[in-house]
Design a protein around this ligand. Structure first.
Ligand code: PHE
Length: 348
C-alpha cells in the first residue's frame, strides 16, 4: 500500500515556503483543490474493492487532515507576521525630539515690564488692582478733582464712547489709571468704616490707557501704572525713598539720580514730575521724565470716603511703555504696538 506521509511532508514544506496568504492559497490548491493531489487520490478509490477502499480511504483522510492542519497553522503564522509588520510600521519613536512651531511664543516686552513692576512693588508691600478700561466721567475726572472745563475732558484729549452713564455723561476710555485710586480706596474705606484704625492703602494699578495722541513717543493706546499710598502718617519723603528703590530695582542699577520737578495735577497738591538721569551708558546726562506724582489733594481724599484731617498720602502715575523704552534703550515706542515678530521675538 502506497504511504502518504511523503505527500504530507511535501505539502508542509510547500506551505512553509508560501510567503503571503495568496501564495498559500495557491499551494493549498495543489493538494486540496479540484485536481489537487489528495483529491486525485480520493478519485482513485472508486476503482478499488470494498475492503481496500475502506482502509485506503482512512489513510487518505488521515493525510488530508494532516495537510489541513498544516495549512491552518501556516495561515495563522502568516496573519501573525502581517500584524507584527503593521505594528512595527506604526511604531512611535518617543525618543525623537519634537518639531518646533515658530519661535515658540513668549511674553510681549510690555507684559514683561509690567510683571517686573508688579514684582518690585509687591516686594514693597503693594497690592495690585485691576479695573475697567471704559470709565464713567466721575471716576476719570470729577472724583479726581478735574474742573468741568479742564482740557483733559475735551474731545481732543480723551476718547469717548457713544454711550452715556446714569449722570448723562459720555463714558470714556480711561485717559489714566488714576480712576483705580478712587475705586480701590473707596472699597478699602468701606471695608474699615467705623473701625478705630485702618491699615494703610498701598496699591498699584497697572493697565491700558487711552489718549488722542500719536507720535514717536506717544501711542493712542499706552500703559500706565498708578501707585497710591494713603495712611495717617505718610509723607513725601516716603514717596522719594520708595520711588528711588523702585527705579533702581527696575533698571538694575544704583548709578542714577532722581529729580522731583514742581508741576500741576488737579488731583495732587503739591505735584511733581519725576525725572531720572543715568550716570553711565548711552542715556547719560539727560533728564528723562518717567512719572507724575504728588500728595493726594484733600478733595480727592474726601471723594475716596476718607477724612482729609486724618488721612494723607501720595500718588504717582508712570508710563510703563516709557520705562520699557528706556530699559531697552529704544528711541521710539511704536515698535511695541506694530506686532512685527522680528522685533518682538528678540525679547524671548
Ligand atoms: N494721572 C496722571 C497722568 O496720567 C499721572 C499722575 C498720577 C500724577 C498720580 C500724579 C499722581 O498724567
Amino acid at each position: 500500500m502506497n504511504d502518504l506521509s511523503p505527500l504530507v511532508q511535501e505539502a508542509r514544506a510547500d506551505f512553509e515556503r508560501a510567503g503571503t496568504p495568496a501564495d498559500l492559497e495557491n499551494a493549498k490548491a495543489r493538494y486540496l483543490g479540484k485536481s489537487g493531489r489528495i483529491t486525485e487520490h480520493l478519485k482513485g478509490l472508486g476503482a478499488l474493492a470494498a475492503d481496500d477502499k475502506r482502509s485506503r480511504g482512512a489513510l487518505i483522510n488521515a493525510a488530508k487532515q494532516q495537510i489541513e492542519a498544516a495549512l491552518d497553522a501556516r495561515r495563522q503564522a502568516l496573519a501573525q507576521a502581517e500584524l507584527q509588520a503593521q505594528l512595527q510600521g506604526e511604531a512611535l519613536d518617543v525618543s525623537l525630539p519634537g518639531r518646533k512651531r515658530g519661535s515658540g511664543g513668549g511674553l510681549h516686552p510690555i507684559s514683561r515690564a509690567r510683571e517686573r513692576i508688579e514684582a518690585i512693588f509687591g516686594s514693597m508691600g503693594f497690592d495690585v488692582a485691576d479695573g475697567p478700561e471704559i470709565e464713567t466721567d466721575w471716576y476719570s475726572f470729577t472724583a479726581l478733582n478735574n474742573p468741568e472745563n479742564h482740557p483733559a475732558r475735551s474731545m481732543q484729549d480723551t476718547f469717548y464712547v457713544d454711550v452715556k452713564d446714569a449722570s448723562g455723561h459720555w463714558l470714556n476710555l480711561r485717559p489714566h489709571t488714576s480712576p483705580m485710586q478712587i475705586r480701590y480706596a473707596q472699597a478699602h474705606a468701606k471695608k474699615y468704616a467705623g473701625q478705630a484704625s485702618m491699615p494703610d492703602i498701598r496699591v498699584i494699578a497697572p493697565g491700558r490707557t487711552y489718549r488722542v495722541d500719536s507720535d514717536a513717543t506717544h501711542s493712542p493706546m499706552f500703559h500706565q501704572v498708578e501707585g497710591l499710598w494713603v495712611g495717617e502718617n505718610v509723607s513725601f519723603k516716603d514717596l522719594k525713598v520708595m520711588y528711588l528703590a523702585f527705579i533702581q530695582a527696575f533698571f538694575e542699577t544704583t548709578e542714577l539720580k532722581l529729580r522731583f520737578r514742581p508741576s500741576y495735577f488737579p488731583f495732587t497738591e503739591p505735584s511733581a514730575e519725576i525725572d531720572i538721569m543715568f550716570d553711565g551708558g548711552p542715556l547719560e546726562g539727560r533728564w528723562l521724565e518717567v512719572s507724575g506724582s504728588g500728595q493726594v489733594h484733600p478733595q480727592v481724599i474726601r471723594n475716596m470716603g476718607l477724612d482729609p484731617q486724618r488721612h494723607i498720602g501720595f500718588a504717582f502715575g508712570s508710563g510703563i511703555d516709557r520705562l520699557a523704552v528706556l530699559r531697552y534703550r529704544m528711541s521710539d515706542l511704536r515698535p511695541f504696538f506694530e506686532g512685527d515678530l522680528r522685533f518682538l521675538a528678540q525679547f524671548n
